[in-house]
Design a protein around this ligand. Sequence first.
Ligand code: ADP
Length: 471
Amino acid sequence: MNLRLRLTLWYSGILAVVTVVFGVVVYAMVAAILTNQIDVSLKSSADQIIAAIRPASLTGASRLVNTLPNLERFGSLSVFAQIWLPDGTLAVKSEQLTYTKPLDPDALKDGQTALRDVTIDGVHLRVYTQPVLGLDGKVQATVETAALLHTVDTTTNILLVVLISGGVVAVVAAAVIGGITAQRALAPLETITQTALQITRADDLSRRIPMPSAPQDEVGRLGMAFNESLERLERLFNTQRRFLADVSHDLRTPLTTIRANVDLLRRMGGADPTSLDAIQSEAERMSRMVGDVLVLAQVDAGTLPLAHDLVELDTLLLEVFQETQVVAGGVKLVLGELDQAVVVGDRDRLKQVLLNLVSNGLKYTPEGGRVTLGLALVNEWVRVTVTDTGPGIPPGELPRIFDRFYRTDKARSRAVGGAGLGLSIAQSIAQLHGGRIEAASDGQAGHGTTFSLWLPLAAPKGSGIASPAQA
Ligand code: ADP
């Protein structure tokens, strides 16, 4: 459930509860006040009747009948009365009352004072019953006064309709207004989310969140804070990229000088050859690393120069095969199936990728093992495979070998490994050519590893298509 819906539901839910409580209280109070007025009037009418008949009642029931008061004198016209004798006969009743049975038979039978709501032939009445006692304490007569509840019912019904319809209108209005307000308030958050996602997807820190119209509210301040963070991040990233590119570029010159001077010293003689070898190999290692870091910095900055030539990949692979065979040592380098394939790209950079994959195979495969190269066409793609019979890569480490400076535990503990930048650069170059490198290995010693370089085939001449669609 989204935030907008939750806010709206809470909003209207609370209002609905308040409205219901308010309505119940108002309804109960109005009904009680109206009924109470009627009760007071019924009791006072009954009291007046009893006061009028009491002197007569002292001398016995038979006399009572003759001395009953004229009921019309008591109370208003809306109050009816009956006087019942203990033997169950109706002594007298209001003239406008046509009903000759007891208005509240149960109360009459009980001989107790009672106030009840009664419905007779569909007519709703409030009935007050009060017995009249003689000196002997016996019931001489029973007075029943009644009033129509018609006005009370109509009033409470109208009140109920007003309260329910008012409550429904209030809750619906609150839900609609609350929903619109919440949507307006939260809309900039959606924009912030979309922008953040675009930044992540496009890897582009130069984007900014469009500022909302009310920059001073909470959401506006969030947008501003987010933009400030982005600005700072962008500045930091750019500084870091520039720094990396500048440092690696500037380190190349002193390293070249060191290597040149080592050569000179060697030619002049006199210096310890072992020390010179150590200096030279470390300087070369460092030159390679600095070169790799420079390439990665250029990839990040999008400034790596790349040619877009037609490259015969089979010829290039053959070239790499011949060059690396010389350094294969005890590992057998084999050429497997080789299809003809032309791709669009930078020949030198593609050669660098192939050299990296083949030399890794040779480097990590123990003596007596084998590294097989192959090239096959798969749909619109060309797949170059380098398969070795080396130690393999554990499945847990497989996804990480393309990370910068990542070396598996086995490689780290051995002397052969480089800095862990080769595959990362190779993957970046493959991606800049619209392709990718995949590694497959079950991580079992001797089962080896297969690296596959996938590149889009160059479209046949005249097709008008620069490169094929994603396979
Ligand atoms: P390095 O310069 O250390 O070889 P790479 O980026 O080329 O760096 O390779 C990263 C890591 O991947 C290596 O350290 C090694 O652990 C592993 N790796 C690469 N190729 C192979 C292979 N053919 N067999 C086993 N492990 C390999």
